[in-house]
Write a protein that binds this ligand. Structure first.
Ligand code: ASP
Ligand code: MG
Length: 454
């Protein structure tokens, strides 16, 4: 069996759901389990509704609920022309909207919203989309069957960011999904939502439906997991910076993980860990262009010297020089404790015998930190820097990739350099205004300057 997961934009309106149906029809021989996000924008809208209601703005909140009702019923009408079928499904969906309206009212009376109440409210997004998608598939001749994901996704009670209970999920996934799959039918369930062992609704945290897909896939030992989204896959660079950026057809999981912190919004690698750990290939596809190659993420894709180049355009460097570092032990610990005390997180680090350089993503309120650091040595702060990272599993193998990178940079000044422990990420700190030219030169050097095929 395979897991086929559609993100919010891939079920964002009737046309998108129609495309999803065609995609699933083409996947039928693979015996798909379908996981869906809420329709795009719905989770945000639900969070707004809970905020407004608990601030006492009940009229606004109710208006929000009505807009959601309108959105779903409109999609239903477009997808299910037969009025008697549509009204039957509409009645099921209405129950959710009535629940929502009641929840909003309750929150406005209370004047506050707990994480538990918010989960009850926000979970409606995936419940609605999965019921809607099931109905749309059925009228298109796909033998879909709605499954309430809360009956399978057992979690702890950390509301808003609940921890999945893997053993319970495996057992329930086999109980709930396998009989449907064996009969040649297609279970459809919402991602992102779960319930405690006692049956209280929870959610896995924003973007959690990829995590659901991966957990279910791991539980059922799926042959593959397909993540359908609105981009072609992972690219060799941000196409807004490097117009010749091209699709990465296969990427290693560890490389994808290194790229995650660069806002490559395709998916967060940690959400697919359960699948990758079991050796299940994960594909990322564009539901608007279902014939595209997509990106395959696996733990054993070929080790290329360079797979992608990523950048952050603004960063701040803090440098500390101190003779006390010389041959001393425990000095770095003292320094890092200062950062910890001021809740300032560090990104890149480079050290020499008498100096330490770090970069910070957020450089607000540094004064108090700097006062403490000055007690340890000479401190300088350099603003207006940027970061370029060259990522490739074979980067530090006996390839000349490092030499090529520095040659390509030419006269671009490098203020700091750091190679990750895994040897797959060379990070360079440059002047912020050099980030774009550096990205282009590096990309030309490793991927060629020719326009990429689409
Ligand atoms: N609907 C949820 C969100 O927007 C989960 C997801 O889309 O993955 O965060
Ligand atoms: Mg989403």
């Amino acid at each position: 069996m395979i897991v086929v997961k559609f993100g919010g934009t891939s079920v964002g309106d009737a046309a998108a759901i129609d495309r999803a149906a065609s995609i699933v029809r083409g996947r039928m021989p693979g015996r798909p389990l379908v996981i869906v996000s809420a329709m795009s924008g719905v989770t945000n809208a639900l969070i707004d509704i809970s905020d407004q209601a608990s601030r006492g703005q009940l009229v606004l909140a109710v208006r929000g609920v009505e807009a959601l009702r309108e959105k779903h019923l409109q999609a239903l009408a477009d997808l299910v022309p037969d009025e008697s079928v549509a009204s039957e499904v509409g009645a099921e969906l209405s129950a959710s909207f009535d629940d929502l309206a009641r929840l909003a009212e309750a929150l406005s009376v209370l004047g506050y919203c707990t994480a538990r109440s918010q989960d009850a409210l926000v979970a409606q997004g995936e419940l609605l989309s999965s019921q809607l998608v099931t109905a749309a598939f059925q009228v298109r001749g796909i033998p879909a069957e709605f499954v309430d994901a809360r009956q399978v996704m057992t979690t702890d009670d950390r509301f808003g960011r609940a921890e999945p209970q893997v053993d319970a999920i495996a057992e329930r996934a086999r109980e709930r999904f396998l009989p449907i799959l064996r009969e040649g039918r297609i279970p459809v369930a919402g991602g992102f939502i779960g319930a405690t062992a006692e049956g209280v609704t929870t959610t896995l945290g924003r973007g959690g439906s990829d995590y659901s897909a991966s957990l279910f896939g791991a539980a059922l030992q799926a042959d593959a997991i397909e993540i359908w989204t609105d981009v072609d896959g992972m690219l060799t660079a941000d196409p807004r910076v490097v117009p010749t950026a091209r699709l990465i057809e296969r990427i290693r999981f560890d490389e994808a993980s290194e790229l995650a912190s660069f806002g490559a919004k395709v998916l967060h690698p940690s959400t697919i860990t359960p699948a990758v750990r079991r050796g299940i290939p994960v594909y990322v596809y564009n539901s608007r262009r279902p014939d595209g190659t997509g990106t395959l993420i696996t733990s054993d894709a070929p080790r290329r010297p360079v797979s992608a180049i990523a950048a952050k355009s603004q960063t701040t460097v803090v440098k500390l020089r101190s003779a006390r570092m010389l041959l001393a032990h425990g000095f770095l610990r003292t320094v890092f404790e200062v950062f910890e005390r001021h809740h300032i997180s560090i990104d890149v680090i480079a050290t020499s015998e008498v100096s330490l350089s770090v970069t910070l993503d957020h450089a607000e309120n540094l004064e108090a930190l700097l006062v403490d650091l000055r007690g340890l040595g000479d401190v300088s702060v350099e603003r207006g820097r940027g970061i370029v990272s060259i990522v490739g599993a074979g980067l530090t193998d006996a390839s000349n990739a490092m030499a090529r990178a520095f040659t390509a940079l030419g006269d671009v000044r490098v203020h700091m350099a750091s190679v990750s422990a895994t040897g797959i990420n060379l990070t360079l700190v440059l002047d912020a205004d050099q980030v774009t030219p550096a990205m282009q030169r590096l990309h030309d050097a490793f991927f060629g300057a020719a326009p990429a095929a689409p």
